[in-house]
Design a protein around this ligand. Sequence first.
Ligand code: NAD
Ligand code: ZN
Length: 770
Amino acid sequence: MEEIQRLRQIIREHDRRYYVEAAPSISDREYDALLERLRALEAEHPELLTADSPTQRVGGDPIAGFKTVAHARRMYSIDNSYDEEELTRWAQRCFEALDPELQQINERLKELDERDADLKGKRDAESKQSREALASDRTALQQQRADRLAAAAAEGYPLPGGYVAEPKVDGVAASLRYERGVLVQGLTRGDGYRGDDITHNLRTLRSVPLVLEGDAPEVLEVRGEVYMPREEFDRINRELAAEDKELFVNPRNATAGTLKQLDPKNVERRGLRFVLHGYGELSEDVNIASHVELVAAAQKLGLITSPLSKQFGTIKEVVGYVDWFEKEKDLLPYNVDGVVVTVNQFALQERLGYTSKFPRWRLAYKYATEQAATELLEIEWQMGKTGKLTPRAKMTPVFVAGTTVQHATLHNVGELRRKDVRIGDTVIIEKAGEIIPQVVRVLDPERADRNEPVELPTSCPICGHTLEMEYDQRRQNDIAQWAKRVEREKQLAAKEDREPETIAEPPPLSELDESGRYCPNAECPGQLKERLIHFAGRGQMDIEGLGEKVVEQLLDAGLVHTYGDLFRLHTKRDELLALERMGAKKVDNLLAGIEAAKDRGLTRVLAALAIRHVGSSGSRILAEYYGSIDALTAASVAEIENFKINGAESGIGPEIAKSLHDYLHSESGQAIIEDLRNEGVKLSEDAKPQAAGSGPLLGKTLVVTGTLQRHSRNEAHDLIAKAGGKAASSISGSTDYLVAGEKAGSKLDKAAKLGVKVVTEEEFEQLLGL
Ligand SMILES: NC(=O)c1ccc[n+]([C@@H]2O[C@H](COP(=O)([O-])OP(=O)(O)OC[C@H]3O[C@@H](n4cnc5c(N)ncnc54)[C@H](O)[C@@H]3O)[C@@H](O)[C@H]2O)c1
Ligand SMILES: [Zn+2]
């Protein structure tokens, strides 16, 4: 069946975008609809079902750069439903499979059937009579069964131990393995059988204890959700926007994207959290018989569980919780997309077992994302400070998920073309998880009287400079790879004296692959206001007194046309004084602020110039490595892309390298740098003390007290620093561990009061991985 093939291919592509790239292009609901369609087709044609169908496997392929490790117990996905009645039907199925009375009735019905089958062929009177008796027995049993089910339905399918309902936190599943109380491994779910080893990243989370409290068992694997609070998500997206990088579409993708970081320092900065919702391998000495007991035991060990985890006797009560929680969930500081319902007792879970992909004892109820239909009126092109022109849909205002919406971002030309939105179309928009509204799709793309595709600008609407296009990096790589393979095949064929085999060529780059259209003129007035605001901003040149309002005034009065003009403002004191609300004191402050900004150094200057793809962290890495703008300008693209720091990848990718190189060698870029240099702006970076690297203690603060047997105090501090941690001398709320040697004294009391974990010298060595 062609449709099955096609659906599988489409779904795999979405899986890759979602799990591997953390950048989905359709909503979960649409994705689930595709999967449902495939499942239905496979059910109709079971002979076409294959083990590698997306309906049979969970998650995505492993991520490059991480070690994959087999899970001690498989990590399943969870079947989900958007339908409350489905929740009740699920409970009914569980009840039917578990209730002893129904089991008995079913057994007896089966017996009757077997006996009936034996008698079937026989024609004698006795057999006939027996069969009649059997039939009436069956009717009675069936009635009994129906009565039992009706009674159970009325009660809400009660189970011994009941059900547990928990928020379905919208993040990424992870498994933490503790051996004798020490965190030894953290894995992603991966394909369910094997996950990526992200131990070093998970260690940086404050909510992930490196050592468990109290009596920890031999082996304890807990599973839970790594997620990003909304506030943190907003902050990161603001930062990305300031660096003109692609934004994360929601906190879940931000979490996935963060966990993929190779450098744990980048993870530490992004307040991720962990909340427990399940378990993996448990050693014999673990005495836990239910989900509720798991949660209680985990809390005692210092793990974080959901305060909203609730036990209920019946599914009716669970449905009540689901209804109540629908409004309530929006008040939480993190995104929740549903409720996970679990059969509480492990013994019952075992009896229910698993399908090829899901446990039968768990179901995720998902709240639907609100959507609305409206008319697309116009495509506007907005210019950002790096000169990127972003298409934005202007629509007839429509109310969706609590607010009136009339703009939706389309990100880039690629997305505009892939969604093929046209003026006059009715479009479906959606606000999923606190995000800027998105155009999901066109309602009726087959409509005969549609307008022509949207016309794209080819030159800058403000300065007229020809625009530059950028294309999806992955597609570019695919094409480059193909060219290499063709070349290799040619050489091989020549050697073996045969015709080279043809290797299918990937489709050429087109508008569908376009990731950005830019005005490359760094002096384009269309970018000037945004550029100046950014230049003067906090993380950049940090010029006091130069906010948005003042920038506007300076531009309106024609006092500033370039960054360099800012540093010449001191010659225009009178003109400044003539501006509205600009007294002598304010002018002096502004001029002093500008003067002070000259000494910020190369890191800040690079970040301030708003060079495409070059953000603050990239600027820091580059400035610290090269030391001066001249050294940086002398470097080739390949050098910038490939230099190593202490043998490790620098984190500067090809996009950054090319964009920076282009800028430093462009006429406008060079003019800007020379101008700044002439004005005395510092274009070098002083050598920095060795930045804390990675290590098992990254992001953790430790205090050492008392006398250790094997290490002096100074040695211990060195070891902590080498492991990426901070050694502090006094305990506070932000201390993670107190390392207590002999005669530890008063710090122990303080640690107890503040809830700081106390570790022995041995445990300390385990933490260090010694
Ligand atoms: N938009 C796309 O392109 C796209 C692509 C692939 C997948 N998806 C989405 O991803 C879903 C499949 O992903 P999935 O397999 O991770 O399933 P899922 O996200 O629907 O649910 C399972 C996961 O929920 C998490 N979870 C959160 N809170 C939990 C709790 N209290 N108890 C237990 N688990 C909890 C766990 O990590 C678990 O693995 C699909 O339903 C689809 O909506 C979307
Ligand atoms: Zn321009």
